[in-house]
Each structure stands twice: as structure tokens, then as C-alpha cells.
Ligand binder design. Sequence first.
Ligand SMILES: NC(=O)c1ccc[n+]([C@@H]2O[C@H](COP(=O)([O-])OP(=O)(O)OC[C@H]3O[C@@H](n4cnc5c(N)ncnc54)[C@H](O)[C@@H]3O)[C@@H](O)[C@H]2O)c1
Ligand SMILES: [Zn+2]
Length: 377
Amino acid sequence: MKRLVIHSSAGDYPLLCGRGLCGRRGWLARQLPADRSGVFLLSSPRVWRNCGKALGLALGPARPQRILFDDRETAKNLATVERLARALVRAGADRGAVVVAAGGGVVGDVAGFAAASYMRGVRLVHVPTTLVAQVDSSIGGKTGVNLKEGKNLVGAFYPPQLVVVDPNLLATLEDRQYRSGLYEVVKYAVIADPLLFDVLERTVGRLRSRDGSVLDWVVARCARIKGDIVGQDEREGGLRQVLNFGHTIGHALEAATGYRSLLHGEAVGWGMLAAVELARRLGRLRPSEADRVAALVVAVGRLPRLPERRIAIVRWLGADKKARAGRLRWVLPRRIGEVEITEDVPESLVREVFDVLPQLEPKPPKATSRSALRERR
Ligand SMILES: NC(=O)c1ccc[n+]([C@@H]2O[C@H](COP(=O)([O-])OP(=O)(O)OC[C@H]3O[C@@H](n4cnc5c(N)ncnc54)[C@H](O)[C@@H]3O)[C@@H](O)[C@H]2O)c1
Ligand SMILES: [Zn+2]
């Protein structure tokens, strides 16, 4: 088991990472604060179907009360938070309660916000069950819900007491969801970790098939990168913005397609291809490195086709721009493992890249390509 410590203004908290942690009888119950008055497991029906056996075993002696709620993105709203709060009252949760949020990013964000606001805050433990949640959303204390007007517009920074990451829980995740998380993994390598990038190039095939000997290392490595970044910049004053690599265009793509045709990670995949192309055309990234990043994005899996809605995408970028007093902020790679944040990208170039974006996805690697060669070694 790996133990990381995440710094936060509300106090440091541990992240425990190890395969099978949630299959050990009573293990999770023993990690919870001893002075608790009760334990409330907040999760979704689907997560419970897939992970309930393990969670029940690990949490059993704490006698958790289970509250399940819809974890579709469309249910990530204040109405669900209200329902959860009322369910907590009925279940007898008081200020000494511990909420265990077990699920993907939606469960973590909604249950996290419920924990942050219920009785002005009860203790929170995250047990992430998607790859996105294990390497990203459970770390850093952001919680919240959507409004009709936009995503994540109401929320709180509310660091948990503990995060438990068990890669075994990923076994039942749908392929597409899993791959969506892998794009975020590529993001970490590009923004902060050349060694991780090399490993991904060599092992992406094994990673795609969820080979534990690679996956466990990769998950812990990414959790550490995210933990280090949010530990230095909890509230996104500066450094944390590097996490938005691929997200400027990614968010616009998601919004322009009504959050339906692309999963978040897939939109980020396209966003990374676009950002790399911008950096290449600006002469800020060597063509050979740009090619390597693009090839790795594609090696994760074919991205769904881009919608033919260039105008809508540009409009959404414009909305983003308005939100930032007229300047769009870009995270562009300088080299693999290092990015810069810049507002200095001509709009004409952005349009140019948009025009070629559908053709930017390189062909999947042939057997003779660099990554395929490495893979065989
Ligand atoms: N708070 C943050 O810092 C942060 C960071 C990134 C993303 N997010 C948020 O996270 C959400 C996306 O999270 P996500 O990508 O984890 O997806 P998700 O929570 O929507 O889960 C995807 C699907 O997988 C199912 N699922 C979850 N675990 C499973 C398992 N082990 N086996 C089988 N099915 C399982 C879920 O029921 C759901 O249907 C978005 O709302 C996004 O805004 C938050
Ligand atoms: Zn993301």
C-alpha cells in the first residue's frame, strides 16, 4: 500500500492506494475517525451493484447506512443535494457523522458538497471507483453541482479526511469510461512527468487492458502529481491551472455538443491534440515532441468523431473568454513534462487549428512505429 499526504488549508489528509484494500474485511471501517457518531455510505445504484460486495466487506463493522442516488451528470444538481441532506436527517446523521462517498466524479462531487453543507460540514471520506475519480476528482477538495446555466457553478472547497484508492474497483468500469480516464493520465504525463510519459508510450497496450502491474503504478503516480499540484495551489491561484491542459478546447467541445456525444476525457483528448498543434504552430514545441504527444493520445484509443459544429465551438470559446475579462487562457506544452500558461495566442491561429482539428488525429500506430516497437520489447 502507498500512502501519500495531500496538503490543504483545512489540514493535511492521507491518500491510501493499493489493490484489494476494499476487499479486506473490516479494513475501511478501521481507517475511519474513531469518534464518529455514524457512518453514511453515499453512492449510486450502479456503483453499488458493481462494488457493493467489496465495500460492504471493508466497511461492514462500521455499520454504514446506505443512501443511493442517481449519478448521471443530469442529476448532478441542487435538487439531489437536497434529497441527500433530507435522507441524512431521516437516517439520523448528526454533526459527528462520517460520509463515505463511493463512486465516480459525480458521486464524489455531489456527496462531497452534501457533506460540506450538511449541518455546516460533516467529515468526508472518498472512495473513488472510476479512473477519473482515482487520479483526479477525489483529490484536491473541489466539490459541487451544476446549474442549468453551466457546470460546477455551485460548490465548495471541502477537503476529505481520507481518500482510499483501490484499482481493483476499476475492473467493472465500462471500456469507454476507462479510456476516458486514460486521456487524463496522458495529461499528467505531458504537464509534469517525462518518465510517466515514457512508461505510457511503452505500456499503453497493457494499460488499455487494465494490466495491474502497470495500472497500479500509473494510478499512484498520477494521484501523486495531482496531490502535489493542489497541495501547492489549492484554490487555483496559479499552478493548479496547468491541470487545464487540453481543457480550454475540451470544455468548449463538451458544451457545444450538449455534454452528450463526448465523454469529458474524450473532449480533453481532442483538446490536447488542438493545444499541441497550437504550440507546434507557435514554434513553442518541437515537432518531434508534438508528434509523440499526439501519437500517445491516439494510442489510448480512437477518439469519437468531432461534431461538425465549428461555429458552436467557437461561440463557446467566446463565452469562456467573456468569463475571463476578454482573455482566453491556454495551457501549452513547451516540452514533454512542462507546460506554460499563456493568453498570447492569436484568435486567427485558433480558428486555423479548429479548421484542421478533425484531421489532426494521427492514424493508429503501425507495427513499426516507435510506441509499437517499445511495446514489444
Ligand atoms: N472535483 C474535481 O476536482 C473534479 C475533477 C474532474 C472531474 N470532476 C467531475 O467528475 C464527473 C465525471 O466523473 P467520472 O468520469 O468519474 O464519471 P461518472 O461519475 O459520471 O461515472 C461514470 C459512469 O461509471 C459508473 N461507475 C462508476 N464506478 C464504476 C465501477 N467501478 N464499475 C462500473 N461502473 C462504474 C457510474 O455509475 C457512471 O455511470 C464530472 O461531473 C466532472 O465535473 C470533478
Ligand atoms: Zn478533466
